[in-house]
Design a protein. Structure first.
Ligand code: 2NE
Length: 270
């Protein structure tokens, strides 16, 4: 892909090409750990990708080959969260997790090296994960005085099963790519040198498909586990489809033309 870089970011790289947006966490010297600035920028980049009508699929990855993301930056962790230049402690990765879940386009985690701690949760939140053979997965919270009881816990359990999720969190072991594939944590493992080509191939296959069908499927699959918030998203998609129908447009047109709406030509389906 001939990636075109855009945006003025400090901690991330935002690129687009061939209908794909690639968002790269760019703090390799800290194994791509995130700080508040990283997350503000990731949120802006995901928003840009959502709004861009040319973009159908999004890749989330980390710079270099050592890490996808090592979670919250422990060196700037204060007593009530991760502290940025404004001196305020934040856990703003939770907002990013929700944004990835709600974004109506597939998000693919492209993982080389470590996906651990809050970085592991990010890949769990992505729709698909393609891993290099050097990938390492795991949670570290109980070792460093942290935990993610939201998506990090129950979405992980939904993905790998309750017993395995408890093992991952309680023991804080690391798992290699083959082990992750065996437990259904990743979709495909490839040699490191083929990681981007393989991920792009998966993106191209999705780009060939009906965007509305993919949108509805993402919403439907997430609605089951996101409860009322998931239903709200799915209901919004139902409204979108309804707005696109002549039946809904008759209501709108009648209002604008100051006449009674005529819905008589629309069937009352069984
Ligand atoms: C990732 C891992 C296993 C890599 O190990 P290795 O041996 O390959 O590299 P090394 O030397 O540990 O790391 C390279 C540099 O990156 C920094 C290291 O400190 C080191 O820099 P120097 O000290 O040599 O200058 N680095 C790596 N990870 C960092 C991090 N997360 N924060 C700040 N600096 C980091 C190994 O580095 C590791 O285990 N990292 C820590 C993983 C971790 O515990 N993450 C936080 C989990 S909690 C969390 O993310 C979270 C949550 O649970 C809930 C809400 C929000 C966040």
């Amino acid at each position: 892909v001939d990636w075109k870089r855009s945006g003025d970011y400090e901690d991330i790289i935002y690129e687009t090409g061939e209908g794909i947006a690639k968002i790269t966490i760019n703090r390799p010297e800290r194994r791509n750990a995130f700080r508040p600035t990283t997350l503000f920028e990731l949120r802006a980049a995901f928003e840009a990708a959502r709004d861009d009508g040319e973009v159908g699929v999004i890749i989330l990855t980390g710079a270099g080959t050592e890490a996808f993301c090592s979670g919250g930056d422990q060196k700037i962790r204060g007593d009530d969260g991760y502290v940025g230049p404004d001196g305020i402690g934040r856990l703003n990765v939770l907002d990013l997790q929700i944004q990835i879940r709600r974004l109506p386009k597939p998000v693919v985690a492209m993982v080389a090296g470590y996906a651990v701690g809050g970085g592991h949760v990010l890949h769990v939140c992505c729709d698909l994960t393609i891993a290099a053979d050097n990938a390492v997965f795991g949670q570290t919270g109980p070792k460093v005085g942290s935990f993610d009881g939201g998506y990090g816990a129950w979405l992980l359990a939904e993905t790998v099963g309750l017993k395995k999720a408890r093992e991952i969190w309680y023991l804080c072991r690391f798992y290699n790519a083959a082990e992750a594939e065996a437990m259904g944590l990743v979709n495909k493992v490839v040699p490191l040198a083929e990681l981007e080509a393989e991920t792009v191939q998966w993106c191209r296959e999705m780009l060939d498909k009906s965007p509305l069908a993919l949108r509805m499927l993402k919403g439907a699959i997430n609605a089951v586990s996101d409860g009322a918030a998931g239903m709200q998203q799915f209901a919004g998609d139902a409204t979108l489809l309804y707005y696109m129908s002549e039946e809904a447009q008759e209501g709108r047109d009648a209002f604008k033309e100051k006449r009674r709406p005529d819905f008589s030509r629309f069937p009352r389906r069984p």
